[in-house]
Write a protein that binds this ligand. Sequence first.
Ligand SMILES: [Zn+2]
Ligand SMILES: [Zn+2]
Length: 108
Amino acid sequence: MRTEMNCSLCGYELTSPACIGCLKKQILAFVKGRASMKEDVEISMSLFKHFNNNNSSCITCKSNVAICSFCVYSEIYRLLKKKNKELAEEFGSLFQCTEEIQDFLDHY
Ligand SMILES: [Zn+2]
Ligand SMILES: [Zn+2]
């Protein structure tokens, strides 16, 4: 039996689901030491709270997952790019969400 577990934003299958809370921890660890970035990340991440469907559950903590990590990373990538291009590139290659990859997948 196959269950539908797709991202509420992009519709892609949630292959290794991670919840907003766990993703946020990852991203905050990345921007650690950059206080201004931390605040921007917090604001961006809070927008994702509107998506609270229970499409899947987090592989780490079993919380609800409504959107894929790619959508979250892409949003943060765009945010960083506005502020600090170098940091954005670093983030993009680490989390595999650069614009090149986005174009390739035609994700949006
Ligand atoms: Zn989690
Ligand atoms: Zn998605």
